[in-house]
Design a protein around this ligand. Structure first.
Ligand code: MRU
Length: 347
């Protein structure tokens, strides 16, 4: 049976034609109270949107960065003092440093840069290169949407009974180009009448579970309850959680998983309670160049976001060791340990 899996939530829009148009981002900082779209007319706007968390989620920031690259090069005019190479370096550096942990950002920029270099080698005109960059950004978006659907269908194959799922962070339509990664699997379960309940961890920074994931669940009519991150053990101990499904910002070559702060604690708890711990990861989030979780850069955010009144700490991500992961779901299938051997790393 084929089930239709949808999400009505999108984080980005392109407005106008390629010559004069611009990107719009849904300001996720204002959700769920207000739906405000911000105009992004330059690579600098896009960088600020990513760094300030107007847009968030590994695949979504990769898509946004690709549009930022195209907007940046569209504004470039040949100047004897500025070579195309130095402009490409600037765009790479500016956009690529907007946030450190999610590998999709650098992966998308690498695709853009490779496209430019291939066309340059053919002596293409700048207009053609810019046009090709918009094609590339659209392709990254479209592929992510298609991959979300394939990933969700593979995730669905893990479940036979209606299940209560605990999730963390935001991994839905707001964080991706489609129905989402972990939340995409949850949507697929709902579409197949296999979703009994969703426990939504509130998740820092900015309570993205309580504000964004809860909003997406409400928009799509999913039966969900927000819990504080510290309540997970309580519900697991009561036998009210059948599986944990989370997204990821980067999977290292040995299968270690970086995701939003608190994910590691959930994996330890799931192990203790013998609950499967699944990670939903598009292949664009698998990083063949980072040997293990120890080398994944962890974003440190402003401690005053935790409390302005006292000294505080604010790492935004943590690393779950591969040994605590039951399986990683990609658009190619379900990959079981040993993950270093079973994962389909790109390139
Ligand atoms: O800090 P954010 O909101 O950009 O982080 C989002 C996450 O950590 C998600 O879980 C993630 O990007 C993976 S799946 C879409």
């Amino acid at each position: 049976m084929t089930v239709e899996i949808t999400s009505r939530v999108v984080p980005l829009k392109w407005c106008g034609d390629r010559e004069t148009g611009h990107l719009q981002m849904l300001d996720q900082r204002l959700l769920p109270g207000r739906e405000v779209w911000l105009d992004m007319t330059s690579d600098r706007d896009v960088r600020r949107g990513i760094a300030d968390m107007v847009i968030r989620g590994a695949p979504a920031i990769g898509i946004a960065a690709a549009y930022g690259f195209a907007l940046g090069l569209r504004a470039f005019a040949y100047d004897p003092m500025v070579s195309l190479t130095s402009e490409l370096d600037r765009l790479d550096e500016q956009l690529g440093s907007a946030r450190p942990t999610a590998v999709n950002l650098r992966w998308a920029l690498y695709r853009c840069r490779s496209r430019v270099e291939a066309l340059e080698a053919q002596r293409a005109h700048l207009d053609e290169i810019v046009d090709a960059l918009f094609d590339e950004a659209e392709a990254i978006w479209r592929e992510d949407r298609d991959n979300n659907l394939a990933l969700a269908r593979h995730g669905l194959s893990l479940f036979e009974q209606p299940s209560r799922i605990l999730t963390h962070c935001n991994t839905g339509g707001l964080a991706t180009g489609g129905i989402g990664t972990a939340l995409g699997v949850i949507r697929a379960l709902d579409a197949a009448s296999l979703l009994q309940h969703v426990w939504v961890d509130e998740t820092r920074p900015y309570l993205q579970g309580a504000r964004l994931t809860a909003w997406e669940c409400a928009e799509d009519g999913l039966d969900a309850t927000v819990i504080t991150d510290s309540m997970a053990a309580h519900y697991m101990a009561q036998g009210l959680v059948d599986a944990v499904i989370v997204g990821t910002d980067r999977v290292a070559r040995n299968g270690d998983v970086a995701n939003k702060i608190g994910t590691y604690a959930l994996a330890v708890l799931a192990d203790h309670h013998e609950i499967p711990f699944y990670v939903a990861s598009p292949i664009s989030t698998l990083d063949p160049h980072t040997p293990s979780g120890a080398q994944i850069p962890i974003e440190e955010r402003d401690p005053s976001e935790v409390t302005p009144d006292f000294p505080a700490a604010h790492p935004a991500f943590d690393v779950t060791p591969a040994g605590l992961v039951s399986a990683i779901i990609t658009e190619r299938g379900v990959h079981r340990p040993p993950l270093a051997e079973s994962l389909p790393f790109p390139g």
